[in-house]
Write a protein that binds this ligand. Sequence first.
Ligand code: 5GP
Length: 197
Amino acid sequence: MASAQPHAKLNLSRRTQPSVQSGERMKILLRRAAIRKRVLAVAREITRDFRGERVHLIGVLKGACIFLSDLIREINLETSIDFMAVASYGKRKESSGQVRLNKDLDSSIAGLNVILVEDILDTGLTLSYLCRILRQRRPKSLKIAALLDKPSRRIKNICADYVGFTIPNEFVVGYGLDYGERYRNLKDICVIEAPRE
Ligand code: 5GP
C-alpha cells in the first residue's frame, strides 16, 4: 500500500491544466506518473492472485471509470466488465449518508471472481452497501480495488483488498473524481485550495 507523496503546490495555468477555470487554485496530491505506477502495481497483484482464472470487474460509476479503464488494460488475465451506479454525494462535498442504486448490473455474477472497482473508499457506506447486495448474488469471490483510501473518515468496518494510495482527509478531484461533475478529466489528483468566488 503506498501513501500520497508530500503535497506539491502549484498554481494551475490554462496551459498545464486546461479544464480548470481561472481563479481556482489547485494543489497536486498525486502526479500522473505516480498514479500510472501504482495502477500497474495493482494490476500485477490482481494478475498474480487470479492466475489461470477469469476476473469480472465491476466499476462504480462515475468516478471509477478512468481507474477501471487503465487498470483492466494492465491485467493479464481473461476479463469482463460491468458497471453499477450509485448516488451519494451529488454536488456537495459531504455524503448524505444514504446510498441509492441508480443502475444495476447487466448480467449475473453467480460463480464469477468479482472485483469491485471504486475510485475512493471514504466513509465506507457505498462499498458496504454494494458488497452486501453483491454477496447475495453468489459470486465465486468478491474483492475490492480502490484507487484511493481515506481511512480516517471510515464509518463502516470495511477495507479494500487492493489499494492504490492511502491519502489524508482532503477532498480530491481528478482522474475520474469530480466536484459538481467538474475536474474528472484532470490527469493528476488534486485538492481544490481556493474555490472560485
Ligand atoms: P463513501 O461511501 O466511502 O463515503 O464514499 C464513496 C464515494 O464518495 C466515492 O465513490 C466518491 O464518489 C465520493 N467521495 C468520497 N471522498 C471523495 C473525495 O475526496 N473527492 C471526490 N470527488 N469524491 C469523493
